[in-house]
Design a binder for this molecule. Sequence first.
Ligand code: GTP
Ligand code: MG
Length: 203
Amino acid sequence: PNVVGARYLASAVRADQYPEGDFAEVAFIGRSNVGKSSLINSLCRHGGLARTSATPGKTQTINFYSVALKYSEEERRQFLLVDLPGYGYARTGRAVRRQWTKFIDEYLAASPRLKLICQLIDSRHPPMDSDKEAFRRLAELGRPVQVVATKTDKLSRQAARKSVAVIRDELALPGDAAVIGYSAADGTGRSELLDVISHILLE
Ligand code: GTP
Ligand code: MG
């Protein structure tokens, strides 16, 4: 399958601002600066779709992107990629950070169309407490989660493999749960993640 169209649809901080319609959704969560927005651009091969920044805290609203996935000449699926603000960092102070957490949590708990949550973790560091907390919360919500280790281009192949093992260990993932190593810079992991998403959309 491949992405054949992607465009910005809407931004929200409250439930009444979520886009209408019954498209399936795939959301991306992770610490600020982990590479959520860059991953969305890389998946869609559309550099300017989601805004990215070297400074943490760039994405401040829930942003919905409408994406078309082509499986074959006959088979297409339209769905939404959902970019979320990062957790674990707040230049803007505690009150704002709590508010972000609250509206992210509200979205993750409420959306009936949310088919998959990709939790991104920086491959250069072991998961932080905030990552573990977020992972526990997703388990509590009973949502399917795909863990993705980002920025693997910054590591040697061996170090990237080790990072995946550490993430699996620290989150106590079952042995058969795949952690996808991803690089928005060189495209590593893109087809693997697209496969996971395209499978889920057909369910
Ligand atoms: P917030 O919106 O602040 O939560 O951040 P984010 O998770 O959306 O991160 P973003 O995609 O804005 O990327 C943060 C920084 O990391 C930017 O400088 C990106 O260029 C860089 N970056 C993202 N993905 C990769 C990657 O795979 N490899 C490398 N080398 N840099 C990356
Ligand atoms: Mg972002």
